[in-house]
Structures are given as structure tokens and as C-alpha cells.
Design a binder for this molecule. Structure first.
Ligand code: NDP
Length: 463
């Protein structure tokens, strides 16, 4: 039997890589993990975690305004961008330390270098030029924001990577895209006082979400003062004599701003990784092709998380890592379950969702009941803020199964997590109906919508 330097070598210290490396090491396997940037990966260093911290930061202006309706007088307030960036840096450095501590405690060898495949079972460490071997290799190198090379002037634009650490808070920003990142950052920048324009090629933002959520969020964002330009594209970006950026659009003329941010999707980090040397096949987007057990086309090489282009979400990468461990080290073949993934958009208001949108369900099922509630959240009565919460259940009329649950409103992400469990267990609308409400909450609406708002039969809305 061939002998290797390691049982497992993990390339990439993000969510999927760290979880697989830590669990394997804790089982007594000889594990090394290599990361070229910072441990924690996109999620911790320049994604989910700093994003959520910035969402909190961006909400205070509204909190101060709302306070008046509850009898408070809040004095003049100011915001210091540099202070926020520094506080964020401190927190992500702490988390980065925890990730490494977890690996070290489990007994994994932590390497701070870029690692590339150099052949079957062989990895090259770029800092030392050393080559090591491993029985199994996990590639969990994630992705990066699409640079949109076809756009003239794209080098003048920023992506979410830079947005977290801008030396100054811009006075104005144009954000291209209509997905998670574009929408979340439009709300963050607007909340911090930046004049914000969102430009999106489609008819309505957030193309993969339920129409009610999309329209409701669009209206709420515009009401706050975010300019949203749909069915339009940036054609070029240039710098004018004042140093401002000018984005020429197809339909809305020139948009001038301090920053232009591109949030047009993310690409897998497979360039230069030596995949050909090891016989690892990729698809047309450069994502690693895997089977149901995260096995690549090369024996002993596995791929997890965003680099595989399945579902680009942190918990999905972690789940895929745990399935890899079950399959390869616990003798329990487990393929990742990508069905009914609950997700949230940390827009303001948030969207929390799980399961099928009304349109998706209408394509698959003949007879649907749609339960929909739209109301003013309780806090808004005294704050005077005009805002709406929307809740929606998509139900199969034949067996009463809840196919989709969608919420636009405060803490929708928190609610989506619990709805995720509910739908995963295959709950019916009758289960919702016999559940006692928690009062007074917004989520009680979910169990008190007794009559369908309308039905969809063979794709046609009735009522
Ligand atoms: P998304 O895939 O969510 O959105 C990309 C957006 O860019 C879409 O609106 C898409 O339009 C548009 N687009 C793509 N190509 C072009 C083009 N050539 N010209 C104009 N528009 C274009 O990607 P993001 O970058 O927002 O985020 C990447 C991933 O990261 C997400 O898919 C998500 O899985 C994950 N993420 C999750 C978060 C969360 O859980 N809260 C937060 C942030 C990111 P169209 O819709 O028409 O295709």
C-alpha cells in the first residue's frame, strides 16, 4: 500500500475546508490545511460576518428616528466609518483566531501558504516550493467576485471585497446587480448616509425569490430613498476630471458617483490550481465537477463549497464537509441534501425564505392555495415609520403540504431558520392551523392565516 505524508490535505481555510480538516483531525487522521489569505474564508473575513456587522451599523439612523415615537429624545448623532472598520477588523481577527484554534486543538497542521495540485495525491506548497502527498485531498478554495472583464472601466470599480475596507465612506455609490450582495450593500450604504443607486438588468431585483418579496422589498427600499433602476445595464465606467466615476448606462444616461460597485455573481477560485495535473475536471464556469458524494473526476480528490458551484452558502459548504467526513471516514455514505435550504437576504427589511416561490410551485403543482398577509409591524405604529411586513405560505391544495414560506420584515432571517425545520419535516397547512400563536408577535400571522387569499389552478390565479 502506498504511504502518504498525510491522510488528508485540505486546500482552503474557509467554512468547508476548516470543518472537514478539523473533524478529520479530531478523529485521529493526519491532516494538513493550507490557506493563502486568512483563515475563516469569505464568510468570516469578507462576507457574511462583516456584512451582518455593517447591517447593524447601518440601522442606527432609523433606530434614532424611531425612538422619538416612544418618548425618547436622541441628541445629535454622528457616524465614524473608520471606527466601524476598525471594530469589524478586531472582531474578524478574533474569529480567525478561533478557527485556527479549533484546527490546532484537533491536531491539524495549519499552513499559511498557497497550495496547488501537482499530480495525483500530490500538492505543492508555494511558500517553500515543497511537495507533499496525501491519501485524500479536499479542495475548498471558494470563489471571488466576478470582475466582469467585458465592462470597459471595470478596473475602476470595487467589489464586496473592497467595500468592507474603503479608506473613506463614499458620499455616493452606484451598485450593479440585483442579487444578495447588491441588495444587501445598497441597504448598508444607504443606511450609513450614502446616496445609493442600484442598477439591475432584470425586471425586478432578486430574480430567484418570490415575486411578493421582490416587489415588497423594492418598494421599501425606494421609500427609504434608494434609487433602483431596473432593466438597465452599465455600459462603461470612466473617471472624470474631479476624480468621480461616471457610469454610462443603457437607459438612464450617465450616473456620477464616488464609487461603482459590481455585485454580479461570484466565480470559483480554480485558476492556476493545478487541476489538470491531477485530472480534476471543471465545468464551463471553471467550477469543479463533483458527484453526489463530492468526489471529483480524480481518485482521492474531493471538492466542497463554492468552488463546486452547487449552492453558494456557508451552511451548505459546512454540510457538504460533514457529509464528506461521514462518507470517507465513518463508513456511512452520505450525500449532501440540498433540498429546502432556508435562506435570508439581509436587506432592510430582511427577506427570509424556504421552499418554492409561488411561480416555481405553479409550474410543478396543479392546484395551490396561497395564504398571504400584509400588515404594519407593531413597532411602526408608535415610531410612525411607514413599513410593511409580508408573509406568505404556498400550499399544495391536494395534500395541504406547505411548499414554500416567505417573509419580508424584521427578523425574517430568524423566522426562516425555524420555518426551515417545519418544512423539512413535511408539515401541512393543518399543522400550522393547529399551532397556538405566540402573541403579540409578527410571526403569529403564520399560524392565523386560516383562509387562502387566492388559489392557483393550472398556473392561473383564481380569486
Ligand atoms: P447573485 O447570483 O445573488 O446575483 C448576481 C446578480 O448579478 C444577479 O442579479 C444577476 O442577474 C446579475 N448579473 C450576473 N451577470 C450579470 C451581467 N453580466 N450583467 C448584469 N448583471 C448580471 O450573486 P451575488 O454576487 O449577489 O452573491 C453571490 C452568492 O453569494 C449568492 O448567490 C449567494 O448564494 C451568496 N450570498 C449569500 C448571502 C446570504 O446568504 N445572505 C449574502 C451574500 C451572498 P440575474 O438575476 O438577471 O441573473
Amino acid at each position: 500500500m502506498a504511504s502518504f505524508d498525510y491522510d488528508l490535505f485540505v486546500i482552503g481555510g474557509g467554512s468547508g475546508g476548516v470543518r472537514s480538516g478539523r473533524l478529520a483531525a479530531a478523529m485521529g487522521k493526519k491532516v494538513a490545511i493550507a490557506e493563502e489569505f486568512r483563515y475563516g474564508g469569505t464568510c468570516v473575513i469578507r462576507g457574511c460576518v462583516p456584512k451582518k456587522l455593517y447591517v447593524y451599523a447601518s440601522q442606527f439612523a432609523e433606530h434614532f428616528e424611531d425612538a422619538e415615537g416612544f418618548g425618547w429624545t436622541v441628541g445629535e448623532s454622528t457616524f465614524d466609518w473608520k471606527k466601524l472598520v476598525a471594530a469589524k477588523d478586531k472582531e474578524i481577527t478574533r474569529l480567525e483566531g478561533l478557527y485556527q484554534k479549533g484546527l490546532a486543538n484537533a491536531g491539524a497542521e495549519i499552513l499559511h501558504t498557497r497550495a496547488e495540485l501537482a499530480g495525483p495525491n500530490t500538492i505543492k506548497l508555494l511558500d517553500s516550493g515543497k511537495t507533499v502527498t496525501a491519501e485524500r485531498i479536499v479542495i475548498a478554495v471558494g470563489g471571488h467576485p466576478s470582475a466582469h472583464d467585458a465592462l470597459p472601466g471595470n478596473e475602476l470599480c470595487i467589489s464586496s471585497n473592497e467595500a468592507f475596507d474603503l479608506p473613506e465612506l463614499p458620499k455616493s455609490i452606484v451598485i450593479a446587480g440585483g442579487g444578495y450582495i447588491a441588495v444587501e450593500f445598497a441597504n448598508i450604504f444607504h443606511g450609513l448616509g450614502v446616496e445609493t443607486t442600484l442598477i439591475y438588468r432584470g425586471k425586478e431585483i432578486l430574480s430567484r425569490f418570490d415575486q411578493d418579496m421582490r416587489r415588497g422589498l423594492h418598494a421599501a427600499m425606494e421609500q427609504k430613498g434608494i434609487r433602483i433602476l431596473c432593466e438597465d445595464l452599465i455600459q462603461s465606467v470612466s473617471k472624470n476630471v474631479d476624480g468621480k466615476l461616471v457610469a454610462e448606462t443603457m437607459k438612464h444616461g450617465a450616473l456620477t458617483a464616488d464609487q461603482v460597485m459590481l455585485a454580479l455573481g461570484r466565480m470559483p477560485n480554480t485558476k492556476g490550481l493545478g487541476l489538470e495535473a491531477a485530472g480534476v475536471a471543471v465545468n464551463e464556469r471553471g467550477a469543479i465537477i463533483i458527484d453526489a458524494f463530492s468526489r471529483t473526476s480524480a481518485p482521492g480528490v474531493y471538492a466542497l463549497g463554492d468552488v463546486t458551484d452547487r449552492v453558494q452558502l456557508t451552511p451548505v459548504a459546512i454540510h457538504e464537509a460533514m457529509c464528506f467526513i461521514e462518507t470517507e471516514y465513518k463508513g456511512n455514505p452520505t450525500s449532501p441534501d440540498h433540498d429546502l435550504i432556508a435562506t435570508a437576504v439581509f436587506s432592510q427589511p430582511e427577506i427570509g425564505t424556504v421552499g418554492l416561490s409561488e411561480d416555481e410551485a405553479a409550474k410543478k403543482f396543479e392546484d395551490l392555495e396561497i395564504y398571504r398577509a400584509e400588515f404594519r409591524p407593531m413597532k411602526a405604529t408608535l415610531s410612525g415609520r411607514s413599513e410593511k411586513t409580508i408573509m406568505k405560505l404556498v400550499v399544495n391544495a391536494v395534500d395541504r403540504k406547505v411548499l414554500g414560506a416567505h417573509i419580508l420584515g424584521h427578523e425574517a432571517g430568524e423566522m426562516a431558520q425555524l420555518l426551515g425545520i417545519t418544512l423539512k419535516t413535511g408539515c401541512t397547512k393543518d399543522d400550522f392551523d393547529r399551532t397556538m400563536a405566540v402573541h403579540p408577535t409578527a410571526s403569529e400571522e403564520l399560524v392565523t392565516m386560516y383562509n387562502p387569499s387566492y388559489r392557483i389552478k393550472n398556473g392561473e390565479r383564481i380569486g
